[in-house]
Design a protein around this ligand. Structure first.
Ligand code: EPZ
Length: 417
């Protein structure tokens, strides 16, 4: 396992190119299962999760090749319809095979994902929707076994606007017989990107990005050939990095309209945003000001930005109240930030962050993807040398941080444990 050693206190300057969105790449690569032939997905980030999804596709019988940000998938010979525990355990997004396998082959056996660091994360709404579309769902020794001669369109109301639930059901409905309405659907840009990818394959989808998505099933879909959106969470993470280091960073290649809520909150915290020809210039204040945040489904403040924003608030002037409403255990970064001297108290799903002048370096442990990002944000502003262990968590969602950060003048070294 590797660790990152970061010497903080530098004002980061320069420009950084945003990679493709992890949470768009994962469902869109699996959408290739809905058709037979060679699918191509471009602007795919070089992440651990992409390798995992390639292993999963190869396990099912597909051919998977990833090079130069491009994934090529041949789905002509799918012979296995099961996602095993070992793969699902390492990457929850594997549950997104249920919809495509059921829709194209009428069967799917997928390990229940089990909990993860940030919460129980059940998939009951995914399964409820598939049952409404006529699937027979059984649970057997930790596996979901789903069967359906041919899925049929249905009216599905999602109690929670689940992102991967919306994605699984949208993929399933694309090949179902008849019309499906997904009510209270997730509106995240990654859901819209998947819908656009499916439409490019011949799917009939209207309303993606709204609360109600309408899908008219078709008999067959063309192979995929699609380029994904940039990663809004990576872009938002670099914005908080500019904010915490009093930096001056030009963020290139991100879609700003996907970041309204975080940008508004970062402006409240004193950051200055300037549209320049190469991208968005973000200038951090000498010291950020406290701002309150409550995570909400899109277009609200994204839960995937909560940990990074908390790191920024830990040195802000004043006290900020941060409410996490999406996951029940997404404050794993608090204990680590406290070890750097942060003054944070947690009551249920609310964290009270009293800003201090300066964080101190400390040996830290990454626990999950966004918590590891928040430790990096904090370490870049802390005095002295911070070591972050278990950075494999980070590599799941951030492409080459140990190159992008030094490109902005950060003193960051990756060392084998
Ligand atoms: C997606 O997870 C993202 N992952 C997460 O990003 C992100 O944090 C999350 O959406 C929220 O935006 C991918 O897209 C691969 P949900 P997902 O289903 O789909 C409950 C990252 O850091 N729920 O929208 O699993 C659930 O427990 C990752 O990149 C049910 O109760 O999230 C949670 O409390 C982390 N039953 C809430 O809904 C269900 O059937 C939202 O979960 C489904 C969800």
């Amino acid at each position: 396992m590797d660790k990152l050693i970061i010497r903080g206190g530098r004002r980061l300057k320069g420009d950084v190119e945003i990679s493709g969105a992890k949470n768009a790449a994962l469902p869109i690569i699996l959408a290739s299962l809905l058709s037979s032939g060679f699918g191509t997905v471009s602007r795919v980030p070089d992440l651990r999760d992409i390798l995992t999804i390639g292993q999963l596709l190869e396990y099912l019988g597909a051919e998977f090749h990833y090079e130069d940000k491009k994934a090529v998938i041949n789905t002509e010979r799918i012979g296995i319809f099961e996602a095993p525990y070992e793969l699902v355990r390492t990457m929850r997004a594997s549950v997104l095979v249920i919809g495509p396998l059921l829709a194209r082959f009428g069967k799917a056996k997928v390990s229940l994902p089990g909990g993860c660091a940030i919460g129980a994360r059940p998939i009951n709404l995914h399964l409820m929707g598939l049952e409404k579309m006529g699937a027979k769902i059984e649970l057997e020794s930790g596996y979901v076994i789903a069967k359906a001669k041919r899925l049929k369109g249905a009216l599905i109301y999602l109690d929670i606007p689940t992102v991967t639930g919306t994605e699984n059901l949208m993929m399933a409905a694309s090949l179902a017989k008849g019309r499906t309405l997904l009510e209270n659907a997730a509106k995240e840009p990654e859901v819209v990107d998947l819908a656009n990818a499916l439409i490019s394959m011949g799917a009939k989808i209207k309303g993606a990005g709204e609360s109600v998505i309408e899908i008219e099933g078709v008999d067959e879909l063309r192979p995929l050939n699609y380029s994904i959106i940039p990663d809004r969470i990576e872009a938002g993470t670099f914005m908080t990095i500019a904010g915490i280091t009093a930096g001056d960073i030009i963020i290139k290649g991100c879609r700003l309209e996907h970041l309204d809520a975080p940008i508004i909150k970062l402006i409240e915290a004193g950051l200055v945003f300037e549209n320049v020809s190469e991208g968005m210039r973000v200038i951090g204040p000498p010291r950020p000001k406290a701002a309150d945040v409550k995570t909400m489904p899109y277009p609200g403040f994204p839960t995937d930005m909560q940990a990074q924003f908390m790191a920024l608030m830990s040195i802000a002037e004043g006290t900020s109240i941060i409410k996490e409403t999406i996951f029940e255990n997404r404050f794993m970064h608090v204990a680590e930030l406290r070890r750097m001297g942060a003054d944070i108290t947690v009551e249920g799903c609310t964290a009270t962050v009293k800003g201090i002048r300066r964080l101190r370096c400390a040996p830290l442990m990454a626990t999950d993807l966004r918590a590891s990002a928040s430790l990096i944000v904090a370490a870049l502003a802390a005095e002295g040398e911070t070591t972050i262990h278990r950075i494999y968590h980070l590599e799941r969602g951030y492409e080459k941080m140990e190159e992008k950060l030094p490109g902005l003048g950060a003193d960051v070294r990756r060392v084998r444990e």
